[in-house]
Ligand binder design. Structure first.
Ligand SMILES: *Cc1c(COP(=O)(O)O)cnc(C)c1O
Length: 395
């Protein structure tokens, strides 16, 4: 007899708990700002992706409210029936202009954007060269396309060149794509865009950059591709509207032809109801703010640089991050978990990140300083890091 659902769940849950892979989920009582309330206590929040503080920005909230009043709470249909409201068109024009491309397409999330965009272009006759540290949504999007997936060593340009050459010269594949995160979320390192583009040009690879952690952070907010002056060279500039932009949604910016294709072939666009008008309105305001006021991005970097220097000064290993993402690398997995628990008890909310999310023996806690933190909050966090680190014999 095949096992019942209940048996499957009982065994599965017990197995997860035994391996330490079952995580309980904390509930934040109010908004996800620089200070959050968890279990009735206020904590300095260093765990969100809310880089610019936009998730709680009053101008974005007002824009969301205005758009909701004008267009309603829901779009009412999928984009290709009649769920494309004027505010969606405005949003896509805004994204394209900001990214420096001809056009853009918006999705309901970054995750479903990767599911929809990769599989709309690549198929079983193709090959995708994929950085081994790419985000789960890229991996799933590649799988869904049924293209041959060729893993490339992380940011290793020699490995990329060898594998690109092999894939192209084998004659086994029709199209070949290279896909990479723009900024890698666990270490904060940036994809080597100029070298990537050289190799891509040599072997005629399509290039897809997922800039979830670069948008709103690099290139004055416009992202990693802009930072390197490659806006007209990278085929797919994918990103999310949920991290620095503070709202929800995903997008691809690229040529008009590419966007025309995605709008007719991308399944989440065709079969899932469009972004809410409120979300679209808030994102338009977020891009407005980044275009007209560099202080948000500047404050993010000032805070991040200050926080990194202070953590290093008191003796922590913060890796080689090139962006505000600030890992504190401890090594041992159990130690990372214990350390995070102590920090949270002392009012600093940071999460442990351990194998298999990062390689074995590189357990860490990851800090995300934002533009919304004050210097006093960061100083308080550093004091706690110093106290807990000394108590636990880490520094
Ligand atoms: C967070 C993230 C996504 C998913 O974006 P959502 O909008 O949260 O669905 C995709 N790619 C990368 C690299 C990410 O970090």
């Amino acid at each position: 007899m095949s096992p019942s659902l209940e048996t499957f769940l009982d065994e599965g849950l017990a197995n997860l708990k035994e391996k330490g892979l079952y995580s309980t989920i904390d509930v934040v009582e109010g908004s996800n700002g620089a200070i959050i309330e968890v279990d009735g206590e206020e904590k300095i929040n260093l765990a969100s992706n809310n880089y610019l503080g936009f998730a709680t920005n009053l101008e974005l909230i007002e824009a969301a409210n205005l758009a909701t009043e004008e267009y309603g709470v829901g779009a009412g249909a999928v984009r290709t029936i009649n769920g494309t409201l004027a505010i969606h068109r405005e949003l896509e024009e805004k994204i394209a202009k900001f990214k420096g491309t001809e056009a853009a397409i918006a999705f309901q999330s970054g995750f479903n954007c990767n599911m929809g965009a990769i599989s709309a272009v690549m198929n079983k006759d193709d090959a995708i060269l994929s950085d081994e540290l790419n985000h789960a949504s890229i991996i799933d999007g590649c799988r869904l396309s049924r293209a041959k997936i060729i893993r490339v060593k992380h940011s290793d340009m020699k490995d990329l060149e060898e594998k690109a050459k092999e894939a192209v010269e084998s004659g086994l594949y029709n199209k070949v794509m290279y896909i990479t995160d723009g900024v890698f979320s666990m270490d904060g390192d940036i994809a080597k865009m100029p070298e990537i583009m050289e190799i891509a040009e040599k072997y005629n690879l399509m290039v897809y950059v997922d800039d979830a952690h670069g948008s709103g952070v690099l290139g004055g907010g416009a992202g990693t591709v802009k930072e390197f002056g490659l806006s007209d060279k990278v085929d797919f500039q994918m990103g999310t509207l949920s991290k620095a932009i503070g709202v929800v949604g995903g997008y691809v910016a690229g040529s008009q032809k590419l966007i025309d294709w995605l709008k007719s072939q991308s399944r989440p666009f065709l079969f899932s109801t469009s972004l809410t008008p409120g979300a679209a309105g808030a994102v338009i305001k977020a891009i407005d703010l980044m275009e007209n006021d560099p202080s948000y991005v500047e404050k993010l970097w000032d805070n991040a640089n200050y926080f990194k220097e202070e953590l290093q000064r008191i003796g922590y290993n913060i890796g080689d991050s090139q962006t505000p993402i600030t890992p504190v690398i401890l090594g041992d997995e159990k130690l990372a978990q214990e350390f995070s628990k102590k920090l949270i008890e002392n009012g600093i909310y940071v999460k442990p990140i351990v194998f298999p999310t990062v390689p074995l023996g590189t357990g860490r806690v990851r800090n995300m300083p934002t533009a919304a933190h004050t210097k006093e909050m960061l100083d308080q966090a550093v004091r706690v890091y110093e106290k807990v680190g000394k108590e636990m014999g880490i520094i």
